[in-house]
Design a protein around this ligand. Structure first.
Ligand SMILES: [Zn+2]
Length: 308
């Protein structure tokens, strides 16, 4: 859905739809609209030094008019974020239509300083998007600047990884998954004991695997587990152990309560149902909500070259 809204905006302002951003030139300002922030949205506008000095002061008015949540100036651009706007892309459209001519009238598009050599960029330029900064650089400066940014980023990442531990993450995930499983079962048993709510036991049963997944990810991160590509693998392994263990215990308890032998046929039937429910719920739990698919994104490089 956002795809078409981005496409519409690109057509109206003659922008290019790239992988990380929709970018181009509006009123002489190189700018990029973040695509990762679908639903929230950020606009990064390259500006002259006096524009950068003046941009942050516009926040009260821009907040009122477009729901801009914050303005940050750095490098050679100002970033306008629309975190609280209700229809961010519509607000961004209005912002571009009404404010960019205003910025141009103030002469904020007169020159852009290269953040590498601190001199004005005239003629040919390279554009880099690093985090929330759109940088305008001389073609010869872009390479060295990008390498320096990457080195700093890798250093920061190495520092983060050294503070985190895979073993601690697994232990946290296991404890979290067990807590989730016990809570899920507890709710199920509680519901089955109350006459009016006994049908709800099934609903809770479906949420059981979800609680396990939530517990596994929560425990992993709470114990400062390593946020590398294997984060999800560790959380799934821990959840599988927790589901098998708690399902066996619950099946034995259920069989025992109905007077059957604890590990007989009835036990196996209960166990099969519980494992199925746990597995089914966990499949839902391990996708998007807990960031399973985001694991590798953290390892992506943050600098992107834009063609503007
Ligand atoms: Zn330069």
């Amino acid at each position: 859905m956002h795809e078409t809204e981005y496409d519409e905006m690109a057509r109206e302002f003659s922008l290019r739809v790239g992988q990380r951003a929709v970018c181009g030139r509006v009123q002489g300002f190189p700018l990029a609209i973040s695509r990762y922030a679908a639903g929230t949205g950020g606009v990064y506008v390259a500006m002259s030094p006096d524009g950068l000095a003046g941009a942050e002061g516009l926040l009260p008015r821009l907040r009122e008019a477009y729901g801009v949540s914050d303005v940050r100036a750095g490098g050679s651009s100002a970033s306008f974020r629309f975190l609280r706007a209700r229809k961010p892309l519509a607000k961004i459209g209005a912002f571009l239509r009404q404010e960019m001519p205003e910025f141009a009238a103030r002469g904020w598009n007169r020159e852009f300083l290269c953040p590498h050599c601190r001199r004005a960029v005239r003629g040919e330029a390279e554009y880099l998007l690093i985090r929330e900064e759109l940088l305008v650089l001389h073609p010869d400066c872009a390479g060295p600047y990008e390498r320096a940014a990457r080195a700093a980023w890798e250093e920061e990442r190495a520092r983060t990884l050294s503070r985190e531990s895979a073993a601690r993450g697994f232990l946290g995930a296991l404890l979290g998954a067990i807590v989730g499983a016990v809570l899920g079962f507890g709710a199920m048993v509680l519901m089955s004991l109350i006459p009016y709510f006994d049908d709800w036991g099934e609903v809770v049963g479906n949420a059981y695997g979800f609680l396990v997944a939530l517990g596994a990810y929560g425990g992993h991160d709470a114990f400062r587990g390593r946020s590398d590509r294997s984060r999800t693998a560790r959380a799934i392994a821990a959840a599988a152990i927790a589901v098998c263990g708690t399902s066996a215990a619950a099946a034995a308890w259920m069989a025992g309560r109905s007077g059957a032998p604890m590990f007989g046929r009835e036990f196996r039937q209960h166990l099969a149902v519980l494992l199925f429910m746990g597995g089914l719920g966990a499949v839902f739990g391990f996708v998007e909500p807990f960031g399973g698919s985001r694991d590798s994104e953290a390892e992506e490089n943050t600098a992107t070259r834009l063609s503007i």
